[in-house]
Design a protein around this ligand. Structure first.
Ligand code: FAD
Ligand code: GLY
Length: 368
């Protein structure tokens, strides 16, 4: 007989946890303040890019990201099969570009340690690089090609995952405003502003950038902060740019719907998701150094989302000491879309008391 699991927050992390728990036979309810996928999740560029995002640290966080990337082919197919909703998932490969001879050494170092994790990474330089990705600037002297890196269209992925959850029998309650935790030590009870309450055997905290609000409830330090990402999209003929293009100043992701997504700022603006001229200009001004043709183009769409950042850059993932009925799965910062499959599996494994897939010590929710 499955357990009754209440999930606070219907972003990609709450949805992925719900999906995996429900398909293992538990009864899951998601409680969401606004609309599922409406916050950081819906704003994401959708890159599945551990090698590009984590260039220096061969630690358990990198391992977790890599494991998640490798879960994706089956994970996304399972969601499509259950939801019957298509969404873009493209194994485009990526190019991590550098501009100076001095940066080549750093690329070679990356190639060495990432190769030990099975990365199939190749340094491509000069004309060969321009033949590979025609529009690249002549200023780019070389790039690391990561054929494994992929991307998806995050809003459609979240929608399909929500539909798959509903198909499996997950109860999804939205537009609840702030849901509060009334009790968690003996009985788990949560309450919405309208007085509606929910109880369960387990509580999973997936409240993203808002997680710090729960510090008093659990009497534990939860240093999760919103880091705004401003991002934009250009119209682009499909195929003009083929790979994810990653540079130290930003990234460009060619989507199958004929757009080129260009991200993203990292700024502190509280919980505001407004877009500023300065924030978008910083991205667009740089683009002439990446794809010179963009000098004459203007983005047709701009938006922003709040990444759930933690003090040390690692998520909070695990059970509370002395209260295994409470599980934290939050603070996924820049890689929540990438990490959604592995987080779903980790949360379900914690509930099913299965052995850890990847060591979770680094991610302990009470480490601060
Ligand atoms: P969210 O999606 O923010 O969901 C949390 C949910 O909890 C919200 O819906 C919120 O309403 C709800 N909530 C909070 N408090 C309560 C409460 N008290 N009661 C009820 N509900 C509550 N990641 C990648 O892997 N690849 C990328 O390419 C990428 N690009 C990004 C680009 C940008 C511009 C941004 C902003 C982020 C990007 N990210 C990317 C990061 C990724 O979007 C996040 O890590 C991920 O979406 C976090 O998911 P989440 O479910 O934890 O948070
Ligand atoms: N991972 C890309 C971003 O957070 O902007």
């Amino acid at each position: 007989m499955g357990e009754r699991i209440v999930i606070l927050g219907g972003g990609i992390i709450g949805l992925a946890s719900a999906f995996e728990c429900q398909r293992r036979g538990h009864q899951v309810t998601i409680l969401e303040k606004t609309k599922c996928g409406g916050q950081a999740t819906g704003a994401a560029a959708g890159m599945l890019a551990p090698y590009s995002e984590i260039g220096e640290d061969p630690d358990d966080f990198f391992r977790l990201c890599l494991e998640s990337l490798r879960l994706y082919p089956k994970w996304q197919q399972d969601i499509k099969d259950i939801s019957k909703q298509p969404f873009e998932y493209t194994n485009s490969g990526s190019l991590h570009c550098v501009y100076h001879e001095a940066d080549l050494l750093a690329l070679e170092t990356r190639q060495r340690w990432q190769g030990e994790f099975g990365a199939n990474a190749e340094i491509i330089a000069g004309d060969q690089l321009r033949r590979f990705e025609n529009e690249l600037s002549e200023d780019i002297i070389a790039a690391m090609y990561y054929p494994e890196e992929s991307h998806l269209y995050a809003p459609d992925y979240a929608k399909a995952l929500e539909v798959a959850c509903r198909q499996l029998g997950v109860k999804i309650c939205e537009e609840l405003e702030d849901v509060q935790v009334n009790s968690w030590k003996d009985e788990i009870e949560l309450e919405a502003k309208n007085g509606q309450t929910w109880s369960g055997d387990r509580l999973v905290i997936c409240s993203g950038a808002w997680s710090k609000e729960l510090e008093d409830t659990f009497d534990v330090s939860i240093p999760v902060y919103p880091i705004r990402g401003q991002i934009c999209a250009y119209d682009m003929p499909v195929g003009k740019v083929k790979h994810i293009i990653y540079t130290s100043q930003g990234y460009l992701v060619p989507k199958a719907n004929g757009t080129l997504v260009n991200g993203a700022s990292e700024d502190i603006a509280g919980f505001q998701t407004t877009v500023t001229e300065k924030g978008i200009q910083r991205l667009t001004n740089w683009n002439k150094n990446v794809l010179p043709y963009l000098q004459n183009e203007k983005p047709f769409h701009t938006w922003a989302g709040l990444r759930p950042a933690t003090q040390d850059g690692f998520p909070l993932l695990g059970k509370l000491t002395g209260a295994p009925q409470v599980i934290f799965a939050t603070g996924h910062y820049r890689n929540g879309i990438l990490l959604s499959p592995v987080t779903g599996h980790v949360v379900a494994d914690l509930i099913d008391n299965k052995q850890e897939r990847t060591p979770l010590g680094l991610f302990h929710p009470e480490r601060f």
